[in-house]
Design a protein around this ligand. Structure first.
Ligand code: HEC
Length: 126
């Protein structure tokens, strides 16, 4: 009797465990699907962009061009022809991290969208 219950239940339990482990591994390996609606209302250079630069760019851009350290990133980006406020999508910085730009592989969709939004909002030192 005991054997019978086990042989009936085990595959079910294993299936549940496999399903759970797949669910959790997906949760942790993939980011939330990108949703432009999740971007902050007002993008802050210091709060939102600097952490992206520090995590993904500063290792290669500690000096210039462009220097993306917390201390100098704003100055370098606003003084080096990297931004086009009238036509944000044509900003050299944005083109470089998008599409076939050579820095595209270092940024993800969220990074691109929030950087673009910051430029659209006037690229302020906020
Ligand atoms: C593995 C090193 C590396 C990483 C990481 C990296 N870059 Fe670069 N970046 C380079 C090199 C090398 C160049 C010069 C060659 C080129 O333009 O492709 C460059 C060039 C650039 C330029 C053009 C500079 C100019 O004046 O011509 C921009 C803008 C830029 N990177 C932004 C970024 C941003 C933003 C990130 C992070 C999302 C980033 N890079 C991450 C190595 C890196």
């Amino acid at each position: 009797m005991r054997m019978k219950v086990n042989s009936y239940n085990s595959p079910g339990i294993i299936a549940i465990l496999i399903a759970l482990s797949m669910f959790y591994s997906c949760e942790y390996e993939q980011r939330e699907p990108f949703d432009a609606g999740n971007l902050p209302e007002v993008v802050s250079f210091n709060e939102h962009l600097i952490p992206i630069f520090e995590n993904k760019c500063v290792s290669c851009h500690p000096i210039s061009p462009p220097d993306l350290t917390r201390e100098n990133a704003f100055f370098d980006l606003t003084n080096g022809n990297y931004l086009n406020i009238e036509n944000p999508e044509s900003s050299f910085l944005y083109e470089k991290i998008s599409g076939s730009g050579s820095m595209a592989k270092y940024a993800d969709d969220y990074d691109r969208a929030i950087i673009l939004k910051w430029i659209e909002q006037g690229a302020e030192d906020n």
